[in-house]
Ligand binder design. Sequence first.
Ligand SMILES: C[S@@+](CC[C@H](N)C(=O)[O-])C[C@H]1O[C@@H](n2cnc3c(N)ncnc32)[C@H](O)[C@@H]1O
Length: 246
Amino acid sequence: MPHFYNNFVPYYDAWLSSDPTTAPLIEHYKEAILQHDPHTTIIYLGLATGRIAKELLENTPHQFIGIDYSVAMIEHAKKHFQSLHLDKRIQCLHQDILSLTIPTSKNLFLLPLRTLGHFVELKDKKSALRAIYESMAEGEQLIFDMELFNEKRAKEVHAQYMCAHYDEENKRVLYNKFSFDFQTQHIDVDVQHATLQDNTLEDLEKLSYNFSWITPAQTHTLLHELGFKNIHNHQSDTYQLWTVTK
Ligand SMILES: C[S@@+](CC[C@H](N)C(=O)[O-])C[C@H]1O[C@@H](n2cnc3c(N)ncnc32)[C@H](O)[C@@H]1O
């Protein structure tokens, strides 16, 4: 699975640039961080290129640790933070969430932007949340979000190619195809990269990955079974945002 992200680094920020949930979620994560004293370390799980961590670093005084299992993402993020002179505020670590080793105490754990969906089966989501739980100290918090699945919308877009980004200057297009399995809650995602020549799309490479959704009731059950306390869900029309304590 790191395969997709290792190969997707050059397109990643453009691909997600039109995602409408990013801005409100950044606000929520920023507000949550600011409620913790500045000596708390922010453990950012699923760092990717660092596009969201950058916004959080620039708007909070805290030290961060960014974690990702894609070597290419971690290397890219390190260079990105160096170029922004943010590298003294964030340590970028290559680790799998399933075998986390956190070197700091007094932490706030974040798992932003649907990353839990990469753990495709419910039992995999439970393993990921368990690994995070075991890395936390008593009283520490975890905040994460997942999409609020919209079955009507999913049926409309099922197996259709939809434009995710158009780079007018370079005539490059990124388009997505989501194929939903409504029984298993799996999503097969194809991301196609293409050039636009004389009004004709010419396909370049296609990258694919497996994703999934989870209902708020399922999320609540997992969190409860794992022993998380103070389980709180702030829900919008499009996402579920959970804050929980060990
Ligand atoms: C949906 S992206 C979210 C990234 C970031 N929060 C953002 O919005 O830009 C998921 C990221 O999590 C990483 N990831 C997925 N599964 C992981 C795992 N088991 N351990 C560590 N990182 C993982 C991927 O490599 C990818 O960079």
